[in-house]
Design a protein around this ligand. Structure first.
Ligand code: AMP
Length: 215
């Protein structure tokens, strides 16, 4: 299965990508995670992306498309396909991605869209914390760790993303409405989209996802 997971910031893409990649043995590619990793290592790509991501703006398409292309070209173990989280986020990226994968076994076959009302997203985003070591995602309101501030799995101190504040969130939501929602329409026309109601607790949402994907 070659799947895209889409939804507004805070819709739960990261959380459910982690479950889906285990369940289906997929390569999980998160463009946001790749940017954050490059920023923390201070690579040239990181330096280019830093000011955009910190303000909640999209990194230019040319940079992002090249990064995804390089990633796919270097993918040696294709597993059962991929789960692409956070890409494509503009119509131009969707077209570039189609070009990159045309005639290969990497063409998209499923697009999962996580639907959450915009009012809920601020609470999710400002409450989000994650483990820098294993990547587990928590929420201080709805899914707190057993001991405040530390990861249940490895005891590492949890961190908050720099762009998880109300100001960047506003820009991120604007970017989403303006640039990313049309991408859902683009794939809808190809008959590839399944929507899931992503409000509720984690187990409930997971059951719904498995149902819509038939897994
Ligand atoms: P995310 O972790 O998916 O919320 O992404 C965090 C940030 O990384 C975004 O706010 C953008 O600045 C950047 N980013 C991630 N994916 C893309 C993309 N496909 N196109 C442009 N910028 C992106």
């Amino acid at each position: 299965m070659n799947m895209l997971i889409m939804g507004a910031p805070g819709a739960g893409k990261g959380t459910f990508s982690r479950l889906l990649r285990e369940e289906l043995n997929l390569n999980h590619i998160s463009t946001g995670d790749i940017f954050r990793e490059n920023i923390s290592k201070g690579t040239p790509l990181g330096l280019e992306a830093k000011s955009y991501t910190e303000q909640g703006k999209l990194v230019p398409d040319s940079v992002t498309n090249k990064m995804v292309k390089d990633y796919l070209e270097n993918l040696t173990d294709k597993k059962n396909g991929y789960l692409l989280d956070g890409y494509p986020r503009t119509i131009d990226q969707a077209k570039a991605f189609e070009e990159m994968t045309k005639g290969t076994d990497l063409a998209v076959d499923t697009v999962l869209v996580m639907d959450v009302p915009f009012e809920e997203l601020t609470r999710r985003i400002t409450g989000r914390r994650s483990c820098p070591k294993c990547g587990e995602i928590y929420n201080i309101y709805s899914n707190p760790p057993k001991v405040e501030g530390v990861c249940d799995h490895d005891g590492t101190a949890l961190t908050q993303r720099k762009d998880d504040n109300e100001e960047s969130l506003k820009t991120r939501l604007d970017e989403y409405s303006k640039n990313t929602e049309p991408v859902i329409g683009y794939y809808d026309e190809k008959g590839l989209v399944s929507h899931v109601d992503a409000l509720g607790d984690k187990d409930e949402i997971w059951t719904r996802i498995k149902k819509v994907l038939n897994i």
